[in-house]
Design a protein around this ligand. Structure first.
Ligand code: CUA
Length: 278
């Protein structure tokens, strides 16, 4: 088609569109060559890991191995000195997850069996939210983490999510810090873990049935298993069920596959204290 036969207004719009595309290409070229930004890709030749860790290269340079799993990141909360450059290596141990650091250009997919990579320099102090932006099951919306960047921090370290949330609560609402006995605080912490670790996605605390049995009054409850055996639920049984969910299956819940949840001893204690209270 000859350009002459085109309506003059259309011709103008056509030229504007071409011009806009060229400008965009220039921006992309500028980002690629000046800032060195590239499309994130898989790291070849790196074995997928199953443990999250922070590896110190020097005071301002860290390598962080992030493991995404239903429904948490490991490490979940990282404290960093301002100006730190972090090489994030990301893997998943179950399904596809996302890893987005809000307000930055770090936006990766966590794919089981492979490792993805992004580098970011945290020059501004502040709190950076990490979100899973890939639908990954029941408690997807509760899968998050945070990076706390501050001038006061000397060296990067991991913070337990429950402790981080405690600190946030105290900072944001002074009303919460009203007198609580150590027992009450322990129960509150256990309740938080129950939600943060997504136990509440499958277990209720009001007696109603969800994917798994309700945990209301679980302590001392007579529990019958699929193999015909039974026991009175106690601390040891609860711990075992969390660490090895498939070992004893409660009768009537044969089709429910509980996933293994990793808890520290401290988190486990708080959770059990909470379960005793309901
Ligand atoms: Cu993990 Cu959504």
């Amino acid at each position: 088609m000859q350009l002459k036969s085109i309506n003059s207004l259309e011709k103008k719009i056509f030229l504007i569109a071409v011009f806009a595309s060229v400008i965009q290409l220039c921006f992309i070229a500028f980002a690629a060559f000046y800032y060195g930004l590239t499309v994130p890709g898989c790291v070849e030749g790196m074995k997928p890991f199953t443990k999250g860790e922070i590896i110190r290269k020097d005071d301002k340079h860290y390598e962080v191995h992030v493991v995404a799993k239903m429904w948490a990141f490991e490490p979940a909360v990282i404290e960093l000195p301002s100006g730190s450059t972090v090489d994030f290596f990301l893997s998943s141990i179950d399904v596809n997850h996302g890893f987005q650091i809000v307000g930055t250009n770090v936006n990766l997919m966590a794919v089981p069996g492979s490792v993805n990579y992004a580098r970011y320099t945290f020059s501004k102090p502040g709190r950076y939210l990490i979100l899973c932006q890939e639908y990954c099951g029941l408690a997807h919306q509760g899968m998050f983490g945070a990076i706390n960047v501050s001038d006061d921090i000397k060296e990067a370290k991991e913070v337990l999510l429950a402790n981080y949330l405690d600190a946030q609560k105290v900072n944001s609402s002074p009303a919460v810090s009203k007198a609580q006995t150590p027992e009450e605080m322990h129960i509150a912490k256990g309740k938080q873990i129950f939600q943060v670790k997504a136990c509440s996605a499958c277990h209720t605390v009001d007696g109603s049935r969800l994917i798994g049995p309700s945990l209301k009054g679980i302590m001392g409850r007579n529990t019958v298993f699929t193999d015909g055996t039974s026991l009175k639920a106690d601390e040891n049984y609860i711990k075992e069920s969390i660490r090895e969910p498939q070992k004893k299956i409660v009768k009537g819940f044969e089709s429910a596959q509980m996933i293994q949840v990793t808890l520290t001893d401290e988190e486990m204690d708080a959770l059990i204290t909470y379960l005793k209270s309901i």
